[in-house]
Design a protein around this ligand. Structure first.
Ligand code: AMP
Ligand code: MG
Length: 540
């Protein structure tokens, strides 16, 4: 039943817990760590916490659940979203999945510190699953504690919402609460454990199912359950594909490939590096999921990864994300092969990924440059040279594209010395090291600008319109690594103002927002090597 009024008591949330209703449960109900066979989930309750405290909540996500702002400000809200009490319709559980971690099969992983609360049907009839991250151990916690610390929770909360407002497919975050308890973490796994404030994020998504939920079943030879989960997923999250059949499984996989490609194109557009693209961190819906040691490109660098755990191999570096997504889809293809028993259609779907990514990348690139469409004949070379320029001196990616939008076409290439100097001056705020902007570099940049302006002229788009279009795809505000860290530093001192200011600012990442420029600035020098800013680990 859907009511028209917003909800003022959490007990009125309309739950329809289909996942646990339709899929088999673990028969064991004790909360000990174990291998869970023949089931998709285990029932488990959040662990109560001592003194929960609200840090922030997202009003947009609250609105998705029809929650009034008053309710979000209430003590009830804190009680429920810290895991201290369940509302009438909630049924808590953790799901079973496996995954390839850094390219190696890791066996059962599962929701080790995520506890699902059920699925809300909002008044529009949309299904939203709620999940607490950091609410205590589950049967899948292996050797860990099931908890999360404030720093990683601030990062997950803010980034989920920032990504959404940037137009990137993502899981969402409703709330961020402190538990009032401390959690021990050795941030860099180097023998320096520290007590940190514990926190819980309530994540929200149509479904949290990952590639790994299918993989674990095939790895165990449980094809009957694999089929059940696939059928469930298709009926619930891909109903437009029709009733499950071999043809529908193939169409489903092709759609997962397409959605994943689109997600990666967005990541490349905004300069997001996930950091841990293990198959258990890949959503079947093509959503960005599991914000751990992710990072935002400051200086453009295809080789960059924020994840110190991956510093040697750089498997999940910025420029490798598209390849890795394909590899992960290959693992999903292996997992669902028993439903299809033909290699060719799976390969064709993987080709869909490549094509979608290639076309998506081209039109994204054209958009970033303010071109009407990508013309491979001219634009491939133009892009290649731009990437060389961006990488050869430290160039802030976000600032560069915003400044590039200011380059006008009312000049006739070849630009003379002073026109060149003017154009380079426009871009100069994007550079980190002024000494790197040598006369040779300027000459090469100017040659590129000549080609770029010539190319823009072919489109005959008025400059003002071109600029507007570029600014709609090139954000001014992203969750810069050092800004998140500053917000964390303050939050750890009990001051949540910056978390909330960033949340507010990142609601409108493409707008100029006069007065907020401090959030659009280059990474300061102190942040270059500071832990949490450009270096993160999986410890969270
Ligand atoms: P991640 O690398 O964060 O994607 O996590 C990989 C696996 O470890 C998943 O099964 C997580 O649920 C689990 N995990 C990560 N951190 C913890 C923790 N603090 N307690 C229990 N399980 C965890
Ligand atoms: Mg994960």
């Amino acid at each position: 039943m859907s009511s028209q009024a917003n909800i003022s008591s959490l007990d009125d949330l309309n739950f329809d817990n289909r996942f646990i209703r339709e899929l088999p449960a673990d028969t064991e109900t004790i909360n000990n760590r174990r291998q869970v066979i023949g089931a998709c989930y285990s029932r488990v309750s959040p662990t109560p916490v001592i003194k929960p405290q609200r840090v922030a909540y997202s009003r947009e996500v609250a609105a998705l659940l029809d929650l009034t702002p008053e309710l979000c400000e209430s003590d009830d809200f804190i009680r429920v979203f810290s895991g201290n009490s369940l509302t009438a319709g909630m049924e808590s559980y953790a799901t079973c999945y496996g995954g390839h971690q850094f390219g190696n099969w890791a066996g059962q992983l599962g929701d080790g510190r995520a506890i699902n609360l059920g699925e809300v049907i909002n008044k529009k009839g949309e299904r939203w699953a709620l999940q607490l991250k950091g609410a205590g151990p589950t049967p899948y916690s292996r050797t860990a504690d099931g908890l999360a610390v404030l720093r990683s929770s601030v990062r997950e909360f803010l980034c989920s919402e920032a990504m959404y407002h940037l137009g990137v497919p993502t899981t969402r975050a409703l709330s961020l609460v402190l538990t009032g308890e401390t959690v021990i973490r050795d941030m860099f796994y180097n023998g320096n454990p520290k007590a940190e404030p514990g926190a819980i994020v309530c994540r929200v998504a149509p479904s949290f199912t990952r590639f790994g939920n299918f993989q674990i079943l095939t790895a165990r030879g449980d094809i009957a359950l694999l089929k059940k989960l696939a059928d469930y997923t298709i009926r619930t999250d891909f109903p437009h594909l029709g009733e499950p059949s071999t043809t529908v499984y193939i169409a489903w996989f092709a759609e997962v490939c397409r959605r994943t490609a689109e997600m990666i194109v967005h990541w490349q557009r905004v300069g997001f590096v996930h950091g841990v693209m293990n198959t258990d961190n890949m959503s079947i819906l093509g959503l960005t999921i599991d914000y751990g040691p992710y990072g935002w490109l400051e200086n453009f660098d295809l080789n960059w990864t924020p994840n110190t755990t991956d510093a040697e191999q750089r498997r999940y570096r910025f420029g490798n994300q598209a390849q890795i997504a394909l590899w992960n889809l290959g693992q999903l293809a292996n997992a669902i092969y028993p439903l299809i028993e033909e290699v060719e259609p799976l390969q064709e779907a993987l080709a869909v990924y490549k094509l979608t990514f290639e076309q998506g990348w081209q039109s994204m690139t054209a958009g970033k440059l303010g071109l009407n469409a990508f013309d491979p004949a001219t634009d491939k070379d133009l892009c290649t040279e731009l990437l060389v320029l961006l990488e050869s001196v430290e160039t802030d990616m976000t600032i560069f594209y915003r400044q590039l939008a200011k380059i006008g076409t009312n000049v006739e290439p070849p630009l003379n010395a002073s026109a060149c100097e003017d154009a380079i001056n426009i871009l100069s705020t994007a550079y980190y090291v002024p000494e790197q902007i040598t006369p040779e570099y300027k000459t090469r940049l100017c040659l590129w600008l000549n080609r770029y302006i010539d190319r823009l002229k072919i489109d005959v788009t008025p400059d003002a319109i071109k600029k507007q279009r570029m600014n709609a795809v090139n954000p001014k505000y992203v969750l810069r690594n050092y800004l998140a860290q500053l917000a964390i530093d303050k939050a750890e001192q009990g001051d949540f103002s910056m978390v909330n200011e960033l949340l507010e600012c990142l609601r409108h990442p493409y707008d100029e927002q006069p007065g907020k420029e401090e959030f659009a600035g280059k990474r300061p020098d102190w942040a270059r090597q500071r832990a949490g800013c450009s270096m993160l680990s999986c410890s969270s």
